[in-house]
Design a binder for this molecule. Sequence first.
Ligand SMILES: *Cc1c(COP(=O)(O)O)cnc(C)c1O
Length: 489
Amino acid sequence: MKEKNMYYKGNEKNGLTPITSNWMHEILDNQEVLRGVLEKYGSPINIHHLPTFNDNCERYKALFNSYDLKFQIFYARKANKTKGLVKQAFASGIGVDTASYRELEQSLELGGNGENLVLTAAIKNENQIALAIKNDVPIILDNEDECVLTERIAKKIGKRAKVGFRISGFVVDGEKLYSRFGFDIDHITNFVAAYIGDQKTFNHLDVVGLHFHLDGYSTYQRSIGLLTSINIGNALKQKGYPISFIDMGGGILMNYLQDEGEWNNFKSSLKERVSSGNNNLTFNDNGLGYSMIDGKLHGKLNTYPYFNKVHKDSFLREVLDYIDADTGLSVAALLRKHNYEIRIEPGRSLLDQVGVTIAKVVHRKQDAKKQWLVGLEMNMSQMMSSSADFLLDPYIVHTNKAEEEEPVEVFFTGAYCLERDVLLKRKVSLKRLPSIGDYVAFVNTAGYMMHFFETEAHLFELSSNLMHTGTNEKLSFFHFIDDEKIVLG
Ligand SMILES: *Cc1c(COP(=O)(O)O)cnc(C)c1O
């Protein structure tokens, strides 16, 4: 067997081939480094490539510059908890969106300030608000109780609070988009005019912007959101409120897969297999959202849309190029005309190609159905999607050469004592059964997959996070920085 077959992607046929980067292949191709890193930091390990994060920042900057728009980009750090990426965000000249006291406090200690941070927490307590006011960090207010609290704390501290209003309820094709967040668009203008300003109920709040964040991934809905925000902003400016920015939140699509054909094939074969009652694609017949009820197929694929032709900057282009029927001007042209700074808060899409998660093979067994289960030293919470499955083929790194290949189909199982701790629901075909000590790599996991749902059940330790600084030299152990060792302040 040739050296180059020591690592390869699972599911050579009928797969879902992920887009990968050179830095990932360099690591997978270097067993010495892999062994060193996993021996030192344990399994699984999360590796983050800082130059790629910087490239993603540059791409968004270039896009806004091409429209000659005033803009600011805030990395939504809830998508990945590491300090290293927050530091890199500042180094790359963008800001950070924080959603809790500790996210805010730590971001301040890592170099954040009133210019490059924003607080958008869904639940805001006194500590968060006080910390934001003391540091001039804009607070995105969601409801009247938060206005009361912010006013009270600002008064107590003796400092004015910079605030933006989160708005929702946009009307798209005659229907109102529901959200549990924000002030309704029909009431926000009157609310601000009635209660905010000198001699009014809230006279310690400086209204500086509008904010929205939409569920789902529609560019059209975001265009409507921006147009509506521009109109509300204009109405407020006429009443004397200096609205300077409109923040359209995150949810910018990214693309995980190389091939649209593979994606379509997968979707149709899953439907077909679930319908036929012979689903051998997934673990224990998991329909990933589909099910058969009374002989009929119900439901829909309940996963992230992993293939997207329009993504990242082209997604934003679609939002900004939309033409407003009333004025005949594009969203971008209206933002320029009315002198608004556009803000975005991408989490997932800024982390595109930034991370990998690598785990060690601990055991192999055949269950009663004769399916091969490969036990990994990691658990389901350490690579967990908010949806039904992470639909990217994994990579396998064999640590021993084999005389011959003997193809096998496997599921990777994790350490939690739950029947459902199976790391990918899709079956993975390999050229041969992994050996104990081999490695399995999941690529493009930095956005939400590593940390968002990670728990310490069984008292398992949280996984270690390494920052890869990039290099033109031969890759070595020393190009990685332990996120724990990144010092604050
Ligand atoms: C979650 C969230 C984001 C980031 O969303 P992505 O889909 O990761 O880009 C941005 N802003 C707000 C207010 C959020 O809740």
